[in-house]
Design a protein around this ligand. Structure first.
Ligand code: ADP
Length: 292
């Protein structure tokens, strides 16, 4: 195993150049306000298990999501990454057969408490989906929609512009605000969805494979944008793309599933450590491309 860092190639498992070469040496240094300080945790999952009917999809997960950082959830298909992501804003409540056990804390408050309104949770914890899903409305309306529903009393034009600027989309669409959001390119549509999420000022942005429908250039734009956004928000991303996890995240959580198909966390830690010096053989096999 190549544990050198910084180095050009992170690993080449069989030494014959066949393994995925995951470069993280070029990751920009973390200059966010939290860099070098003990992390503050925004979301904490405490012994969380998730069920669809009698099927246990995820078991006994303990995760802490650091503020102003990007946390990547990686692991083979079906190990419960999306399920776990959706527990963080109670999105899975919309699935009738779904229930969870354990504690899910947002800023120390238990999200599963009866007194907590899931709609209010989803305002604080926004979500960006795999396939860009702008509303069939104008670019302006897409961004203004959430704040309007929430009774925003400020200057909506100003808020729309600020959100589009933060999503690195303003220059592309400033002359197209009255055009349909659906007419934008795939990458622009995804940035529009990010602008829409930002417009209601969430604390956390959940991203479920946000680049899987995008070309490589748009993918890199979104990753660049994530690095900017983490200065103000906390990001959790599910990705199948290990290069993306290695390039873009600060912390990585590796999950797999047992014989009963219940997903569980094998290892979590700083992304550099997970990719260059994993503690668990299962992690090593996965990040080196031996399975998954
Ligand atoms: P991943 O994101 O890692 O691919 P998922 O969270 O989508 O995994 O799925 C985890 C497990 O839960 C899988 O076995 C999947 O079939 C099951 N599952 C996901 N969504 C539902 C659902 N709405 N109803 C029933 N089972 C589901």
């Amino acid at each position: 195993m190549n544990t050198q860092f910084p180095g050009a190639s992170i690993r080449d498992p069989d030494g014959e150049g066949n393994g995925p070469s995951i470069r993280i040496a070029s990751m920009p240094r973390d200059s966010s306000p939290s860099a070098g300080r003990a992390p503050e945790y925004v979301v904490e999952l405490d012994n969380v298990s998730c069920y669809y009917g009698s099927f246990r999809a995820v078991r006994n997960v303990d995760i802490r999501i650091a503020k102003h950082a990007i946390t990547a959830l990686i692991g083979p298909s079906g190990c419960g990454k999306s399920t776990l992501l959706r527990t963080m804003n109670r999105m899975n409540d919309l699935v009738p057969s779904y229930r969870s056990e354990g504690r899910i804390l947002l800023d120390g408050q238990d999200l599963s408490a009866r007194s907590v309104d899931p709609v209010a949770v989803r305002r604080r914890v926004g979500m960006v989906f795999q396939k860009p899903n702008p509303f069939p409305k104008t670019v302006w309306e897409n961004v203004a929609f959430g704040p309007k529903i929430n009774g925003y009393r400020g200057d909506l034009d100003e808020l729309v512009e600020r959100s589009l600027r933060r999503a690195a989309l303003w220059d592309d669409v400033k002359d197209k605000l009255k055009q349909s959001g659906m007419a934008l390119s795939g990458g622009q549509q995804q940035r529009l969805c990010i602008a829409r999420t930002i417009a209601v000022n969430p604390e956390v942005i959940l991203m479920d494979e946000p680049c899987s429908a995008l070309d490589p250039r748009s993918t890199l734009q979104i990753e660049e944008l994530m690095r900017e956004l983490k200065k103000e928000y906390t990001i959790v991303i599910v990705t199948h793309n290990m290069q993306q996890a290695a390039r873009a995240s600060d912390t990585t959580v590796f999950m797999t599933m047992g014989d009963d198909r219940a997903g569980y966390v094998v290892e979590q830690g700083e992304t550099i450590g997970i990719f260059t010096n994993p503690k668990n053989q299962l992690t090593e096999d996965y990040v080196s491309g031996r399975f998954g």
